[in-house]
Design a protein around this ligand. Structure first.
Ligand SMILES: [Zn+2]
Ligand SMILES: [Zn+2]
Length: 224
């Protein structure tokens, strides 16, 4: 399993980064990105901490742990700067908290995320438009199928629009606690529930994450 969107007590999750990675490994993950919520003010603290802990875990254990961030409720015109800053400080993966239907995310956030060259994944993009999805396809920004309650309400819409636009999808837990981590059964159910057929599910859970990892330029024996 692969998961590109998780949280620790560096923001509003309950576990330390290393415990989250440990539990992911034991649960069968090959790779996990730890992506705590950031604004401009806490990027340095979060990224520095995650770089050290992810490196430690990845060196010793059979899992690839990637230091990341989730740029969350940042004004849309500062998203590019926040994303660039995170990458410059060592984040391997930048997620943007998209326009989920259950939070008052600033309109224009999806568009700003897709246009930033530093953003890898647009999380829970809510009622994303066909134009935005086409741009995401062109720019290689992944759209997310979310296993998280609330954010998952628009998964069916995201799948339909992404399919028409040719945008690539990833499935993430958005875990804040150990019980939120993915299992193979949950991955399949969420993917099927979002409207994917069997072939598309295989693609989503295997090809897509591997392709993203190649694009990020990361390697690890756990991926062999
Ligand atoms: Zn959160
Ligand atoms: Zn999140």
């Amino acid at each position: 399993m692969y998961d590109f969107h998780t949280h620790t007590f560096l923001s509003d999750g309950v576990l330390s980064p290393v415990e989250l990675i440990r539990r992911a490994l034991v649960g069968g993950y090959k790779a996990i990105a730890v992506t705590d919520h950031v604004g401009l003010g806490n990027i340095e603290f979060v990224v520095k901490t995650l770089v050290a802990d992810c490196k430690m875990a990845t060196n010793r254990w059979d899992i690839l742990a990637l230091p990341g961030v989730e740029i969350t409720h940042v004004p849309k015109d500062d998203i590019d700067l926040a994303a660039r800053t995170a990458k410059e400080m060592g984040a391997k993966l930048v997620v943007v908290h998209g326009e989920t239907v259950v939070e008052p995310v600033e309109p224009g956030t999806n568009d700003a995320a897709i246009r930033s060259r530093w953003v890898d994944v647009l999380a829970h993009s809510g009622l994303i438009t066909p134009d935005e999805a086409r741009l995401a396809a062109e720019r290689g920004v992944r759209l997310e199928i979310s296993a998280k309650r609330g954010h998952s309400l628009a998964n069916g819409h995201v799948v339909r629009v992404a399919r028409e636009a040719g945008a690539k999808l990833v499935l993430d837990s958005d875990a804040h606690a150990p019980a939120d981590l993915l299992t193979p059964e949950l991955c399949r159910k969420v993917a099927r529930g979002a409207g994917l057929d069997d072939d598309e599910v295989e693609y989503l859970l295997d090809n897509n994450p591997r392709e993203l990892l190649v694009q990020l330029g990361v390697e690890h024996p756990s991926l062999a």
